[in-house]
Write a protein that binds this ligand. Structure first.
Ligand code: PLP
Length: 394
């Protein structure tokens, strides 16, 4: 028996382990220090009342013989939820049929599992810095990776190099970690490039609900031609506080075919074999997010985080620090002041301001010299953290 040798090629994920160690060491030396954590990507506000009510109702159904549900007849989601998600797309002008919506237990699983459908010989194009799942899942299955430089010069929004040919392209907008958001013209360039190369565009829209400016796209399917080349991954984690609930969705249009084979049909086959669906209670909870009450409640929660992002952006402007994100995104990606390296700035911020963020270097080589802050924290603590940073850099 041989193990999958590709696992030996994975980079160890030192980032969050190193952060945790540094924080623990700091707390040991400074017991009772009032730390403010702005590094985590998890949400902090609870689920909305409409979601909780739907879960209570669904739990009661599960307790009665007449309404009890066992295995879902379709691992891709109950019709009520697929329809609700398709309706959500329609609400911002995007065509999606419920049969093109595949419900899963979160964008991480779907983004990771989609590579099952693709040949090992395909070349993969991945932006740097990046959400590490795209890299690791392809390394595990032994694919060749090409990196696409996201830098300050291109606003951390790289466009394709016509001289480079790739088969699988990952894009994330609004971006984790940089908070940068592609506009329609830029995404059109990507769609045209993918179609010209016969490539598939894997579009991670996990943060679409943070887009507030009407001119910016929330879905790749707002772009003409995308139905022929793209798959979109989305999540209720950040939209509706579902990080602990686990529910997301992937949209694969009927038009997406390679060699006459439907990608949606392959995904259906894969999921039917390896996945038994999201729990009924969770799917009812997710359905509630898309009701008028649910959407109104979620909007309130999002505006809480958006206000944090605004406060942070204002503070960075006041300090004269270059950054991306902060609008249309819960992430702010700042240049480390004084030409400090990512970890040097991390240490200073922890030691002098008791604020914890994420060193950009952990997301790829182009992240060196940058730092990620998140807007998912408590409002008062976020304000306090920015005041502390101002005092530290005075
Ligand atoms: N995609 C991106 C870009 C993310 O940042 C995250 C979570 O942090 C995910 C996907 C995973 O989301 P989920 O909780 O739905 O698995």
């Amino acid at each position: 028996m041989k193990l999958n040798a590709n696992f030996q090629n994975l980079q160890q994920s030192y980032l969050f382990v190193t952060i945790a160690k540094k924080v623990a060491a700091y707390l040991e030396a400074n017991p009772g220090a009032d730390l403010i954590k702005m590094g985590i990507g998890d949400v902090t506000l609870p689920l909305s009342p409409a979601v909780i009510e739907a879960m209570h109702k669904a739990s009661d159904e599960m307790g009665k013989k007449e309404t009890f549900r066992g295995y879902s007849p379709d691992s891709n989601g109950y019709p009520f939820l697929r329809k609700a998600i398709a309706g959500y797309y329609h609400s911002f002008g995007v065509k999606a049929d419920p049969s093109e919506v595949f419900v899963g237990d979160g964008a991480k699983s779907d983004v990771g599992n989609i590579v099952d459908l693709f040949d090992r010989e395909n070349t993969v194009l991945i932006p740097d810095p990046v959400y590490p799942v795209y890299v690791d899942t392809n390394v595990m299955s032994g694919r060749k990776l090409l990196y696409l430089d996201a830098k300050e010069e291109n606003g951390f929004l790289p466009l394709p190099d016509p001289g480079v040919s790739a088969d699988i392209i990952y894009l994330c907008s609004p971006n984790n970690p940089t908070g940068a958001v592609y506009n329609r013209e830029q995404l059109k360039v990507w769609v045209d490039y993918a179609r010209k190369n016969g490539a598939v565009l894997l579009f991670d829209a996990a943060y679409e609900s943070f887009v507030t400016e009407k001119e910016l796209p929330r879905s790749i399917f707002e772009i003409e031609g995308a139905r022929e080349c793209a798959i979109e991954f989305c999540s209720l984690s950040k939209t509706a506080g579902f990080t602990g609930m686990r529910c997301g969705y992937t949209v694969i249009p009927k038009e997406l075919q390679f060699g006459g084979v439907s990608v949606a049909a392959l995904w259906e086959r894969r999921q039917g074999c390896k996945f038994n669906g999201v729990s009924y209670i969770t799917q009812r909870a997710a359905e509630a997010v898309f009701t008028p009450e649910g959407l109104a409640e979620v909007k309130k929660t999002l505006s809480y985080y958006q206000e944090n992002a605004r406060v942070m952006a204002e503070a960075l402007k006041e300090m004269g620090i270059w950054f991306t994100g902060g609008v249309n995104s819960p992430y702010l990606w700042m240049r480390c002041p004084g030409h400090l390296g990512s970890w040097e700035f991390f240490d200073r911020l922890l030691g002098e301001a008791q604020v914890v963020g994420t060193p950009g270097e952990g997301f790829g080589k182009n992240g060196e010299g940058y730092f990620r802050l998140t807007a998912f924290g408590d409002q008062e603590k976020t304000k306090e953290a920015m005041e502390r940073m101002k005092r530290m850099l005075k």
